[in-house]
Write a protein of this length. Structure first.
Ligand code: FES
Ligand SMILES: [Fe+2]
Length: 412
């Protein structure tokens, strides 16, 4: 349980709020790079700010205010140029660093006024890595954009999946340090959804929680594992501050505003040995639906969709004054305490957790990996079970990479 003002402090993400200012000090993935190939301009809302993400004709990315500083036109209807993006209303042109490069009529009528030099649009840094576009919205200098080890893996097929989650970021991220939900929300609920009358799956017997440089860890022993199991000796990673890392995939929960979150997943699947060497030429990104439009209910067929049902069910911003935390929630308590300690650290100017400042330390940064490897599972290609709605063209690309058909039987 948390007092109302404490809950408020952890969940508000707008400019000037403590958590909003804190999260702005980290890089966040905001889109798949391939999203901008068909349409180079995308409106995007991040931490309560309405922005426009674009790729100009030279291939440079920009992330700027959505409203034009001239007379406030919507820049998501602007168009890209060789350098930067132009407002479609009166043609003002802006560079990715926010400079105003041209004001067509002002430049013609009164060049001596040098009006454009007085104009600056809000802009943030954008970098591409591993098929993702990351943004940094905090004070300069920006820390390094973390180069996590899986980003340099070879011989794999990667896909990026986004979803719009109508609830606050923190309840999504608390799921990253919640081992017991796996037994019920995925294991036993899936058994019930199959309606086969099967017995429940393995039970959790023992949990442990730990902290390391780049996040927190949870460890479990169940009725089907023992103390030698990597899920006990290594554990699963809550990647600081708003991601979950499971060996072959990442899930970020990026705040859109106080009551909306962008779920963005990066999924690596090793190709079979007889397909190697394999080089992926482009990384697909696609948007996953979370609601079944025919029934109006949340989709429950895929793993992360099940998680999403948990998160949205807790309310737009879950009321933590009404919780009753138990032994299974020790990781949640540890996470919240660490967040409060970090807010204090930010206030006093102390170093913040998991930020990498030195380029030399930011090469293929290793994270704890339990039970996954770059070797294929068993040579048989299976359907994508993580999120609903994989488009046909992505399934085809995956089949092509794997060199074999994917069995989608039983999953939509
Ligand atoms: S409103 Fe954008 S150039 Fe006039
Ligand atoms: Fe889950």
């Amino acid at each position: 349980m948390l007092a109302a003002e404490k809950n408020h402090e952890l969940t508000q993400v707008g400019p000037g709020t403590p958590m909003g200012e804190y999260l702005r000090r980290y890089w966040h993935p905001i889109a798949g790079a391939s999203e901008l190939s068909s349409n180079p301009v995308k409106p995007i809302r991040l931490m309560g700010e309405d922005l426009v993400l674009y790729k100009d004709l030279s291939g440079n990315y920009g992330l700027v205010d959505r409203q034009c500083p001239h007379r406030r036109a919507d820049l998501s209807y602007g168009f890209v140029e060789e350098c930067g993006m132009r407002c479609n209303y009166h043609g003002w042109l802006f560079d990715a660093d926010g400079s105003c490069l041209e004001q067509p009529y002002e430049d013609q009528a009164a060049p001596e006024m040098r009006f454009k030099e007085k104009i600056k649009i809000k802009s943030y840094l954008v970098r591409e890595l591993a098929g993702l576009l990351f943004a940094y919205m905090g004070p300069e200098p920006a820390p390094q954009l973390p180069d996590w080890e899986p980003f340099s893996r070879e011989n794999g097929f990667v896909q990026i999946v986004t979803a719009d989650i109508p609830c606050n970021w923190l309840q999504c991220q608390e799921n990253s340090i919640d081992p017991v939900h796996f037994e019920w929300m995925h294991g036993n609920w899936s058994i019930r959804l199959r309606n086969k009358g099967e017995p429940y799956g393995p039970k959790h017997l023992k949990l442990d929680f730990d902290e390391f440089d780049y996040g927190l860890l949870y460890k479990r022993i169940t009725t089907s594992t023992n103390e030698q199991d990597p899920l006990w000796t290594i554990g699963r990673v809550l990647l600081w501050p708003n991601a979950f890392f499971l060996g072959n995939h990442f899930e970020w929960r990026v705040p859109v505003d106080d009551t909306n979150t962008l779920s963005i997943g990066w999924f690596y699947k090793p190709v079979p040995l007889d397909r190697r060497p394999y080089q992926q030429t482009s990384i697909p990104s696609w948007h996953s639906p979370i609601k079944d439009e025919t029934t109006g209910r949340w989709i429950s067929t895929h793993v992360i969709n099940q998680d999403i049902i948990g998160w949205v069910g807790q309310g737009a911003i879950t009321d933590r004054t009404q919780e009753h935390l138990g032994q299974s929630d020790k990781g949640i308590v540890m996470f919240r305490r660490r967040l409060f300690a970090e807010l204090e650290a930010m206030k006093s100017g102390a170093p913040l957790k998991a930020l990498i400042h030195e380029p030399a330390k930011n090469k293929c940064v290793k994270l704890p990996v339990a039970g996954h490897s770059t070797l294929p599972d068993n040579g048989v290609e299976s359907k994508f079970t993580m999120m609903a709605g994989q488009p046909e063209w992505v399934r085809k690309a995956q089949e092509e990479a794997m060199g074999q058909p994917i069995d989608n039987h039983g999953i939509v």
